[in-house]
Write a protein that binds this ligand. Structure first.
Ligand SMILES: [Zn+2]
Length: 136
């Protein structure tokens, strides 16, 4: 790793299906068979009821914008060329939320709470990353 690349995710037995799915073009979330809760990021038990009876489920890719911040300062050299960029909380139609980026945004002031989004898996430094685009 150089200072020009971001740190890579740490692969574990729990999160490996998430990253392998993205390589194949599928965003998956975890779904609890006991209480029907859906979540990300990967963890070994349901954050709602603490049961371990869950399954990976493919997402439709449809989502909405919950919140975001816009960075105008690069706190890591790898993002210097991306300024300004956003870091957003997105909720999938299936209920799981994830922290991601909304890409292809010309004007950061145009972002809106509840804005409809669609998954856009993007390759970066050998990783397939789940990002989102605004539905126009
Ligand atoms: Zn549960």
């Amino acid at each position: 790793m150089t200072t020009e690349t971001l740190p890579h995710p740490e692969l574990t037995d729990t999160n490996k299906p998430f990253w392998e799915g993205l390589k194949k073009g599928v965003l998956s979330y975890q779904h609890c068979k006991v209480c029907n809760h859906s979540w990300l990021p990967a963890r070994s038990e349901c954050p709602n009821c603490l049961e371990v009876d869950w399954k990976w489920t493919p997402a439709t890719g449809r989502a909405r914008l919950i919140s975001w911040v816009v960075y105008h300062v690069a706190y890591h050299p790898a993002v210097a060329k991306k300024l300004p960029y956003n870091v957003a909380v997105v909720e999938l139609d299936e209920g799981a939320r994830l922290i991601t980026n909304i890409t292809g945004v010309q004007d950061m002031e145009s972002l809106r709470i509840e804005q409809a989004l669609v998954l856009s898996i993007e390759e970066e430094d050998g990783w397939s990353l789940p990002r989102f685009k605004v539905v126009s």
